[in-house]
Design a protein around this ligand. Sequence first.
Ligand code: ADP
Length: 173
Amino acid sequence: MKTDNLHTGNCRIAVYPGTFDPITNGHIDIIRRAAPIFQKVYVTIAVNSAKQPLFSLEERLDLVRRSIEGIPGVEVSAFSGLVVDHARQVGATVIIRGLRAISDFEYEFQIALMNRKQYHLVDTVFLMPDERYTYLSSSLVKEIARHGGKVECFVPEFVETAMREKFSKETRE
Ligand code: ADP
């Protein structure tokens, strides 16, 4: 049985792990909801994601850093290996994940239980974004941007610019 829990006040540090390739308004919505709940939230970028990212780690760090400007108690970090090891390193006992739809649930449920098996002090907290973002994913946004579609209501302006630059470089190559 875990001894540190929300009631002892020892789990006020949270990590919000993901690929963030790139960060979208859906991610930012989750970060804004998490920030007042925890003392500190680390938005932590997976270095060795199974996904082949469009943006390098440095680019993703920069886009996240710019997106969290002005949100108190939020920092960006990166991790390779297990997210629970990173949580342990930064003293976090909460993993935040966003739930958009029931379809996210099964995978997230499995990962949450697996993470708790790896590190018994860690619990996963699921946050639901505003309905406007429930159909939004980084991969969908990239697909639209790649074909020249409008993405301004899905990502901050600097993310849109970064995607446009990536894709125009792609077509030049
Ligand atoms: P991962 O590859 O780990 O799923 P993502 O960057 O795609 O990384 O997502 C990170 C987290 O943010 C996940 O918990 C995901 O469900 C959540 N998320 C992604 N898009 C949204 C969105 N539009 N609204 C709410 N949560 C989201």
